[in-house]
Design a protein. Structure first.
Length: 137
């Protein structure tokens, strides 16, 4: 039951849709992935929950070269996810600089689900030119 966020649980109750045949780890991984996607697609300062919820404008990370900019993006994502997604621990974020798509930023994120006996989690993310973040497993 606690694999989902409060809003996801309310939505399930209102829609009348029961649990699928998935185990609790799969439900929680999907919920975490959806919430991380929401965090990374929210502009910092645009919600009333907190001034630092969401991501800063990545276009202001200029100067210092590409590697410095990528390190700042990694650090910003790591700090934000660590602060606002407490179901994940030991989070690591790495920018994949080997991609040929120069207009997008490819990231990988790994961590463990703290309530699921430290089940490992791995996500791949792509930040598109407009700033939208896509996440997949």
């Amino acid at each position: 039951m606690y694999e989902k966020t409060l809003l996801e649980r309310i939505e399930s109750l209102e829609s009348g849709i029961g649990e699928s045949g998935e185990n609790s780890s799969e439900i929680e991984i999907r919920s975490v992935m959806n919430y991380v996607r929401k965090i990374l697609n929210t502009n910092r300062g645009s919600v009333m929950i907190s001034d630092d919820f969401g991501m800063p404008d990545m276009t202001v990370f200029s100067g210092g070269g590409v590697s410095d900019t990528m390190e700042r993006i990694e650090k910003s994502i790591l700090e934000t996810v660590t602060k606002y997604e407490k179901r994940l621990s030991d989070v690591k974020v790495m920018v994949d600089t080997e991609q040929n798509d120069v207009l997008s930023i490819h990231l990988s994120m790994e961590g463990v689900l703290t309530r699921q006996k430290n089940a490992p989690v791995f996500f791949e993310s792509v930040v598109k030119p407009g700033g939208k973040v896509n996440i997949k497993r």
